[in-house]
Structure formats: C-alpha cells, structure tokens
Design a protein around this ligand. Structure first.
Ligand code: SF4
Length: 896
C-alpha cells in the first residue's frame, strides 16, 4: 500500500461536493493527530455532516492497541511503584559515590518512568546500548541498571503493542480489533469520556460499529493534521500501511513554502503523490498574508493591528473579566476563545479566579476539594535522604498550604464540626506559625499564641474592665490586635487546635509504619475510603456527593492486591495519580488542559466560534518549544540508536523545526479567525519585562498599554454610592481618618470586619517598628516609662516567627532614624468610660498617620462615600490590597 498527501487551504474546500475529499474519502476512517483537532472537527460536523466516517485520535487508537495493561493509570502506578522499589534497592546497595545521581533520579522519578515507557514502546532494549558507550558510575550506567530491573514488568505490560507492531502470533492486535474495543467501550459506557483517553464519538453510538466496519472496507485511512510525526506514530503507520492506503490530509499552501516547511518535510510532499482537494486558491486573511510575507521576505501590505499590554496576571484577569461582561452586553455573545502558548503556566490561576470554568470531564481529581484533601494528606510525610552518608530520615511536612487545603476541603471534621468554618481564622494565625511544619510544633505555637494573648488581655482588663466589650474598645485598648493572629478569639484558636488534632489522627491511622512496613495498595486505599471518603460522602449533598462517589470508584479501579510496597512509595505514587500526572505520562498532545494551549490552533479552522484571543504571546513564549525529553539518555547514545531505529531521527527533526511549527500554527490561527485579539503580560511569575513576540512585531503589531485607572473608573460607577455622615456613626478619629484615606478600606476594616487587621509580613514589619517607638508612649499617665529597648523585650514575644537578625535589623533601623520619637498628639479619644490615645492612627494607618498619603490629600469627612475606592500609592500600606479589586500596585506607577 502507499502513502498519499491530500491538501486544502481552508475547510470550505473539503466541504464542497466537487472536492476530491468528498468524491473519494468522506467515508474513510478519520484518525486525527490531536484531541483538539478531533473536538474542532466535531464542532464543524455538528453544523454540517461533511463526512460520515468515525473520528478517532491517534492517542485513542494507540491506547486501544496497547491495552489497559499498558495505558491505564493502574498499570502506570504499578510501574511507578516498582521503579521506587528498584531505586530503593540501588540506594541500599550503593557504596560508591553515585548518591547525588541517585537522588536526582529519585527526584525525577516520573521522567525516568516516561523515558523507560517511550523506549519500551519503540522496542528498544538495554542490550541495544553498546557497553563501551557507558561510563562507570555515570547517570547512563545507573539508568541502565534501573532499566534492567524494570525490564520484565515493562515487557509484560507492553505485550499487546508488541503483538501489533510485529504481528506476533496469538498476541497480535489488529486495527480492526482495537477499533472494535473502542466502539464497544464508547457504547457500553455512554461515550466513556476520560477513561483511557477516550473522547466522545462523532456518530450515534448505536451505529458506531457499523460505521467502523464500513470505513475499514475502503482500505484507506485518513490521517488528519499530522504536521509533524513522532517516532511511535511512524512505527504504527508502518504497520498500518501494510494493509491500508494512508492519506495524509493537511492544510497546505504551496505559495508559502517556508511557512509550510514542517508539513512538507514530515508528510513528504513531493516525495509521495500529493493531491489538492480543489484546484482553486481561496482568499487568505490579510493578517495571515502579512505574517507569511513578512517571514518569507518583504511585505508591502500595511495593516493596523494592536496588542494589549497588561502589567501582570491580576491586571489581565480583571480587565478581561470586565471586557467579557461588555462583550456579552454588546455584540460578541460567543466571546473570544483564549489560546495561549503559556496555557500550563497560567491555567491554574485563571481557573482559581473564575476566569475560565473547567468542564467536568476535564477535571483532575485534585480539582475537587476531596481529591485535594487526599493529595495534601499524602504530602504530610516526607522522606529525606542525606547524600553524604545515604541515611534516610522521615519528617512531617505540615506546611501552611497543606493545612489550609485540608481545612477548606470540607472533609476534615472535629466533634462533628466542619473545619471549613475556621479557614479564615486559620489564615489569620498563619503568619505567627511561619516555619512550623510538624504537628507538635503547631500545637506548641498555638499554645504560645493563646498564652501571650490571654496574658495581655488579663493585664488590660485589670485597669479597663470594658476593654473587650465591643470592637471599638478592643481596637483601642489592645493595639496588638492589629496583628491578624492576635485578633483571633481564644475559642476559635481552640477549634483550630482540635482540627489539627483530627488531622493528626487520620494521618496516624493511614501512615503508621510509613518508613518500613510493606502493604498492598488495596489495604491502604480501603483505609482511605473508610477514614476519609465515606465520611465525606455522608456530609456532602447533591453534586459533591456524586464527586466523592466517583472518587471512590476511581480508587477502586486502582486497587491492587498482588504487589506490596512501602507506604512511602504508595504515597508518592498516589500523589502523581491524584494530580493527573500519570494520566498524561506519555502525552504527545495537550489532552488535559483547560485553557487552550497554542498547539490547539490546529483545530481553529473547524471551530464554530472563530473569535480568538491569542494571550500571553511574549517573546519567551513564542516560538513554542518542540524539544523532546529522554533524560538521562545522552545525545551520543541516541545518535547511535538512530542507526538501528531510524524513526528516532523524527524527534531531532521536530526540534529543528520549532520555528516552522510555530509559524504554521500562527498561520492556521490567523487564516481561520473571524476576529482575533492579541495580548501579552509584562510580568509573569518570575519573569519580568516581557515584550511582544517577535513574530507579532514583524506583522507590525503595535503594543497598547491597558490602563487600570480607566477600567476602574468605569466599574466604580456600577456600585451604588452610599453617602454617610461619619460623625453620626460614632466612629473614633482614627477610624474616621481611615475612611478619609480610602472609604473602601474603612468599609473593609469597620463594616465587614471588627477593626483594621494586618495579615502580611510586609505590614507586620512596619507594625513592629511602630510598636517599639509609639505604643508605650500612648499609655495614659506613663511618660516614656520604657525606653525602646526595654519595651522591645515585650514586643519581640509577639513575633516568634522571625529570627533575631530580622528583629535587630528593624529595631536598629527605627531607633536610629528620624521616626524614633514621633511627635504623638497628646489628644485623647473619649469612648465610654475610657479615654484612649489619638496616637493609634500611627498604627492603623502605618507607616504615617495617613498611610503614606499627604495630609492635604485626604477626603473631607463630609464627602466620604462608603465602598468608594480611593486607589493610589497608599494601597501599598493597605491590609486589603490582595483582595481589593481596585488596588493599585507599585508596578502600575512604573510607566503607565
Ligand atoms: S487597596 Fe487601595 S483602593 Fe483598595 S481598599 Fe485599600 S487603599 Fe482602598
């Protein structure tokens, strides 16, 4: 049989009844290169049924060919656990100086497994690597040792694939048999989405088997969208072409050979018979023409195009959310589909900020609170290995993020009470507990907090019995309450303590003998079900209950009675299972992403909504990398392997064609778009001063800063103004002054909360200096009773989370600066039976009594409108900057 190439410039050429595709190939099985292309084809078929054959992705087909023994998460988890065992054996036997290398392998265990699986799929065996190319004690030597330890398991698990590739007697799996299983599973499990990478069918499930049979009878297969080919794809194609004619269907335009270089190279245009679906040329989007002409030489086309420039991710999210609302109100009801070369990097943030929603079938277990709880539970114990002497220690790793996730999961109860109710209080005490990571340390630190708090409360109550009677008394009588952790009431501290005790109980039941005891996975998973999931199932309702049920089913699917592993290994393996890493272990395509990644542009021509927003398109994100990772196999050994396995060269070719692949995808996107927006973000994660991608500069894209201020003014008008007479509220002068600096801030402090409270370390540093210099001078009748260094001894106890160096630095800084003795107003504030110092404004409006705002710039008392934001440089000192939508960040002042 042969290979042919069939090209089109736009899908319209495939739909036409006089096209070659319609005449010859519309009823041939359609194998799509990626799941994104399959979903795009599905969208276009819903509008017009332009072909009648089933669509399967290469990944789905490959999964059926390899069978669940190879492709299922259970199989991969077993392989992962065996790899842990092999590594442990090597540690025990190691007497040489390979410890650093072994540690690197242990830390990159998932990558090692991926490399081993890739080699196994390609039928490369340890003996293919010449002994003289392996240096003693090198990473390759260790890898070879691991490979030999894993060989039998990997070989056994991959028997089906081997049967297909070599037609080995009774094991042989045929394309027909694989498709039959695929069709049956889709039908049996009503589309079976998410299981073994199966996606929905484009045909009625009742007729799917019949359609498969009919399409196979044609002895032709359509391979759609393979603008590059991987080594394993080539191996499979070679087997398929023994029985079928392979028709590579792809977008291609011979007027722009450089842009389509990747298609030409991988599909063999010119080498294999190449046909056009129709003979006419279709008009091209001016932006696509400009791109191609600019990249292939000079371009005389002049077009106006702009790229929005955002300062950072919060700026992007806020502005885009507002735009989305405007779009819905106005013209573009379908909105823009977000497509980005930085999908993996930004998707978590975009989901967390509800900018994109995740369809259920694309969620990982850790996207659900209960899955997250299990994930965090398995992170509580850590193994540490000393590379000097190889000794292993185990330690608890109850860091704040883990504890917070456990509290907020809805799965942690103490005395029947859901710890979710105490998340806010827990967040407030976290700064005090910084650096704490074991259960014992948590209990000790909370006890210390309780003791210190009670000591001061008792002391104050002695002279001022009403000190805790209402929030204004609390605010003025105990300035230490400005530190978030001292504002948490004692009964809430006790609840938090009992929640941590409940968590400790679960982890002890699950992980006793963590270090050494071997158990089979089924036993451990049963414990999880009894201790966590059944409780959670009882306490959830409706949709959440169904999610827990699904998790129980998923866990039951991976139960394995046969093999025993140490709990620490099971724990590590489950972490990868729960966060979906095993599912995408050997992914070539972006199966699990929720935000469209740039390589999903291959589906753009077939989408029904072709308004695209190419976002985060900066110079470091484009071109997208096409590197392959076969760590720790060095290039020299790979080059040697290419002699016996020539298809391996396809990886190198793909890497070499990175630029060409990016150009091709940009063309596809621009060419098929009804409308396209471009944007980039200057500061992202650790990267700063990012600029628009060079490709987009070449087409003359001008960058336009998106102004935060404009956007804010617009949105503030949506809020209902709430005029108040501050004086009639009975607020004290420091409270009023906070409203004059920013009414919204005062609303946060005194309407939504009891009083001003600072939670960040940045603000706490200022508070420390103010306590030392201001607080003891605020006391009535005590004039400079304590010198700063005397008073410091008391204040230092409020900051156990800091080391002495930090406290010394802050103390020296403040006592040698002009602020050492601020001129505190002698005014007193009368409230109830008490009179308090007006110096409080230095504390609640740190670093000055105006939070850094000039005294002339505050809002006159009579003009304060509640909830109205007054953003500016003072936001930096505002305790609500992280939750305030109107906040202005220091970076905003740079050049906007
Ligand atoms: S962050 Fe700025 S705008 Fe928001 S409440 Fe604070 S001071 Fe006001």
């Amino acid at each position: 049989m042969t290979r042919k190439v069939l090209t089109y410039q736009a899908p319209a050429q495939l739909f036409r009844s006089d096209s070659l595709f319609q005449k010859e190939y519309e009823d041939c099985l359609h194998i799509a290169a990626t799941s994104s292309l399959k979903s795009g084809l599905g969208e276009s078929l819903a509008v017009s049924r332009w072909f009648s054959a089933p669509i399967i992705t290469f990944r789905e087909l490959f999964t059926e060919l390899t069978g669940p023994e190879w492709a299922s998460a259970k199989a991969q988890l077993r392989q992962f656990l065996l790899l842990s065992d092999v590594l442990a054996g090597m540690w025990n036997a190691d007497t040489s100086n390979s410890r650093l290398k072994l540690q690197a392998m242990e830390r990159n265990q998932l990558q090692i497994l991926q490399t081993l699986r890739t080699l196994t799929e390609l039928e490369i065996k340890p003996f293919h690597i010449p002994v003289d190319m392996i240096r003693n004690n090198s990473s390759e030597a260790l890898f070879l040792q691991i490979w030999k330890g894993m060989f039998n398991r990997l070989s056994g698990d991959s028997a089906s694939l081997r049967g297909f590739l070599n037609g080995e007697a009774q094991d042989a799996v045929s394309l027909k048999a694989a498709l039959k299983t695929w069709g049956e599973e889709l039908k049996k499990n009503n589309n079976a989405q998410g299981t073994l990478h199966r996606t929905t069918s484009n045909l009625p499930l009742d007729s799917i088997q019949q359609s498969i049979d009919l399409s196979l009878k044609k002895k032709r297969l359509i391979l759609h969208g393979f603008y590059f080919i991987t080594p394993i794809q080539e191996r499979v194609f070679k087997v398929l072409e023994e029985e079928y004619e392979l028709i590579f269907l792809n977008a291609y335009d011979d007027r722009f050979p450089n842009t389509f270089e990747t298609v030409k190279h991988f599909l063999g245009i010119g080498e294999h018979e190449t046909l056009r679906s129709t003979d006419d040329n279709i008009p091209i989007h001016p932006l696509a023409v400009k791109l191609m002409e600019s990249l292939e030489g000079e371009s005389n086309i002049s077009i106006e195009w702009k790229a929005d420039r955002y300062v950072d991710l919060p700026h992007f999210i806020e502005s885009e959310k507002a735009r989305l609302m405007d779009d819905k109100d106005c013209t573009n009801e379908m909105g823009y589909q977000l497509i980005t070369p930085r999908a993996k990097q930004v998707e978590e943030q975009l989901i967390a900020n509800e900018f994109v929603t995740v369809p259920d079938n694309r969620k990982k277990l850790t996207d659900y609170p209960v899955g997250r709880f299990l994930y965090r539970l398995h992170q509580i114990k850590n193994q540490n290995r000393n590379v000097e002497n190889g000794l292993v220690t185990f330690e608890e790793n109850l860091i704040p993020e883990i504890l917070l996730d456990c509290f907020s999961s809805g799965c942690l109860f103490s005395k029947g009470e859901d710890m979710k109710n105490y998340v806010k209080s827990l967040e407030k005490i976290l700064p005090y507990c910084e650096g704490v990571s074991t259960f014992e340390e948590w209990f000790a630190r909370i006890k210390k907090l309780k003791t210190e708090k009670e000591f001061w409360e008792k002391k104050v109550l002695k002279n001022n019995p009403g000190a805790l009677s209402d929030r204004i008394h609390k605010f003025h009588s105990l300035p230490m309450r400005l530190l978030s952790y001292f504002s948490v009431e004692t009964e809430d501290l006790l609840k938090i303590e009992s929640g941590i005790k409940a968590l400790n109980k679960i982890q002890l039941a699950l992980f006793s003998d963590f270090e050494t005891k071997k158990v089979n996975m089924a036993v451990h998973l049963q414990k999880i079900e009894d201790l966590v999931l059944k409780n959670a199932e009882d306490s959830f309702n409706g949709e959440e209950k169904a999610i827990v049920r699904k998790l129980i089913d998923d866990i039951n699917n991976i139960k394995d009675n046969e093999l025993e592993f140490t709990l620490k290994d099971i724990s590590k393996g489950l972490l990868f299972y729960l966060n979906g890493s095993l599912e995408g272990l050997d992914e070539e395509e972006s199966f699990g992403e929720k935000v469209y990644s740039f390589d999903s542009a291959d589906a753009a021509p077939f989408r029904t909504n072709r308004n695209f927003h190419l976002a985060f398109a900066d110079q470091k994100a484009l071109p997208i990398s096409q590197d392959f990772n076969l760590w720790p196999i060095p290039k020299g050994i790979l080059a040697h392997l290419e002699i016996s396995f020539p298809e391996l060269a396809l990886w190198t070719h793909r890497t070499e064609k990175s630029n060409s692949i990016t150009r091709y995808l940009l063309y596809i996107l621009f060419h098929s778009a009804d409308d396209i927006r471009i944007s980039f973000t200057e500061n992202l994660g650790k990267e700063s001063r990012l600029d628009i991608a060079l490709y987009l500069k070449l087409i003359g894209c001008k960058t336009v800063p998106v102004k935060r201020e404009d956007f804010l003014t617009e949105r503030v008008t949506m809020e209902v103004p709430n005029h108040v007479d501050l004086k009639s509220l009975g607020w004290t002068p420091p409270m009023q002054r906070e409203a004059q600096v920013c009414p919204k801030r005062a609303a946060f402090s005194f309407i939504l909360n009891e009083h001003t409270v600072f939670q960040s370390d940045f603000h706490h540093s200022f508070l420390y200096t103010k306590y030392v210099t201001v607080m003891n001078r605020m006391e009535k009748g005590i004039k400079n009773k304590f010198e700063p260094d005397e008073f410091r001894l008391k204040v230092d106890k409020w900051f156990p989370q800091w080391n002495n160096m930090k406290k010394d630095f802050l103390f020296d800084f403040i006592t040698t600066s002009d602020y050492a003795k601020p001129r505190i107003s002698r005014n007193r504030i009368d409230y109830g039976e008490e009179s308090y110092s007006a110096g409080m404004t230095y504390l609640n409006l740190l670093p000055t009594g105006y939070a850094g705002k000039g005294s002339d710039n505050v809002i006159p008392v009579e003009d304060v409108v509640f909830h109205e934001a007054c953003p500016g440089k003072q936001c930096r000192y505002c305790p609500y900057i992280s939750i305030c939508r109107d906040a202005v960040y220091a970076v905003d002042f740079e050049d906007n």
